[in-house]
Structures are given as C-alpha cells and as structure tokens.
Design a protein around this ligand. Structure first.
Ligand SMILES: Nc1ncnc2c1ncn2[C@@H]1O[C@H](COP(=O)(O)OP(=O)(O)OP(=O)(O)O)[C@@H](O)[C@H]1O
Length: 253
C-alpha cells in the first residue's frame, strides 16, 4: 500500500508561502491502477513529486509497503509532464538509462530495451535524439523508459496527453497489459474523466478546501470485471457521470 500520513508541504516564494498540504493522509492500494483527477492547481503534480522524492514534505511520511519513499533505493519510476528525456542521448540510451543505473548486464539491457521499443512502437526511432521526435513519440519514449525497469510503483503525470486518439487507446491497453504482467502499482494524474474511469481501479478526486489545502474526496472504487467492452457498458457511463458531478461540485465552490 502507498501511504501518505500527515503530510504537510508548502511552496515558499520569498517571504510568502503557498500552503498546499496540511496534515494530509491518504492511501493507494497496492497492485492497482489509481487515477488522480481534480481542477488545475489543486496539487496533483506536487503530490506526484512528493511520492517520487523530487520534493520533500515539511512534516509527515510517505511510504510504499512500509518502506519510506524518501529512501532513494525504492523501486519506482516517474513519467514527468515534460517527459524528462536527456536531449544528448539517443532514444535507445534514454530508455536504457534506468537499467544501466541498476547495473543490469549489457545483453539483458539490449533484450529488454528492444522488446519494450517494439511493444510501444518506437523501434525505428532507436537512433534518434529526443529533439528529432514529435510530442507523441517523446511521450512514448518516456513511457518506455519508465516501464522497462519494471518498477513496483509507477507514477505518471498525464502520460498520454500528447498522443492522438488511437495511439492514446493503444497505449492505455499496453499500460494495462504491462501493469497486469508485473502487478505494478500505478498512480496516474489525468485531466480526462473517460481515461480515469477506463483505466483505473480507484479514482481519487482532489480539491483545495476553504483554507486552500489540497484534500482528497472519498475514493471511487471502480472494480469493473471486463476491460474489453467496458467503454460501452452502463457501469462505465454511470461512473463517468458520478465523477463529472463531483468535479462540477468542486467548480461551483
Ligand atoms: N514551484 C512552485 N512555486 C510556487 N508555487 C507553486 C510551484 N509549483 C506549483 N505551485 C503552486 O501550487 C499549486 C499546485 O500546483 P500543482 O502543479 O501541483 O497543481 P496541479 O493540480 O498539478 O495543476 P495542473 O492540473 O494545472 O497541472 C498551484 O497553485 C501552483 O501555482
């Protein structure tokens, strides 16, 4: 389980500060796909940064399976909004980066990188540099780099936003396939109601309360059985409507 316990965090700007989290407590079940959704500025990206260790809380703790997430050893990966690719490295080397850092043997790196590039449909780009890629290609490269390390915890900030509709659906299917294969825990920030409902087992709606603190509304459990026809099923539409109402309520405040 991912556990956020009594976490406080504020951004400091000179003498003033933006107090974002005040004793926030929340959990994400292990081995599930979680969607975080909420209005712009409610603190979604900041939460992912805290979970990834890119930001540190002023108080409280963040853990995965009882292990402190501030510990650099924890097996997690993050896909950032701006992809975070190294411009001076070719696609192949960007994807291989995490495996090299883990000192995986060279032959195994080649096998894993070629396999994921094939699955994600970027094998022909292996010798390109990130500056030579389209937005969608960069995004696929960032996804490949994150999942190739088979992380226990995968954090994603709008991972499919730069993809066209069909590629988006293909990548969603692929993510589910990889997630099932490795039993990863995935926490994904998305702005899309449909994506949150289709992909996730649990939907976590965030908003800022009257004091401006980021809070979670009660989690929507979305344990649908079959993915195949789920987009056409009544329960898919019902959950979309339920989520839309929650978000509209936040808008009206
Ligand atoms: N480096 C920073 N310094 C000061 N304030 C910041 C900084 N980064 C974010 N903020 C503020 O913190 C709040 C939450 O930002 P965050 O990026 O986490 O929101 P978000 O929910 O991810 O938004 P979006 O959906 O637009 O990406 C916003 O009010 C933002 O202005």
């Amino acid at each position: 389980m991912v556990e956020i316990r009594d976490v406080s965090f504020s951004y400091r700007q000179g003498k003033s500060s933006v107090n974002l989290f005040s004793s926030c407590t929340h959990t994400f079940e292990k081995g599930q796909v979680h969607a975080i959704i909420g209005h712009s500025g409610c603190g979604k990206t900041t939460l992912l940064y805290l979970l990834s260790g890119l930001l540190q809380p002023e108080a409280g703790s963040l853990s995965f399976d009882g292990n402190d997430l501030l510990d650099r050893q924890s097996n997690r990966a993050i896909i950032l909004q701006d992809f975070g690719l190294l411009p001076w490295k070719r696609v192949y080397d960007n994807i291989a980066l995490g495996l090299r850092l883990k000192q995986v043997p060279q032959e195994l790196i080649a096998e894993k990188v070629m396999r994921i590039m094939g699955e994600i449909g970027i094998a022909s780009l292996s010798r390109s540099f990130p500056t030579q890629l389209s937005g969608g290609e960069k995004q696929r490269c960032a996804i490949a780099r994150a999942v190739v390390t088979e992380p226990d915890l995968l954090l994603m900030d709008e991972p499919f936003s730069a993809l066209d509709a069909m590629n988006r659906e293909n990548m969603q299917e692929l993510l589910l396939k990889i997630q099932r294969r490795h039993g990863m825990t995935c926490i994904m920030v998305t702005h899309s109601i449909e994506e949150a409902v289709y992909l996730s087992d649990s939907i976590h709606v965030m908003e800022r309360d009257k004091q401006g603190s980021s809070v979670f509304l009660p989690t929507i459990e979305n344990n649908h059985q079959k993915r195949d026809d789920y987009r056409k099923s009544p329960s898919y539409f019902e959950t979309c409507v339920q989520l839309r109402k929650l978000l509209e309520r936040g808008n009206a405040q």
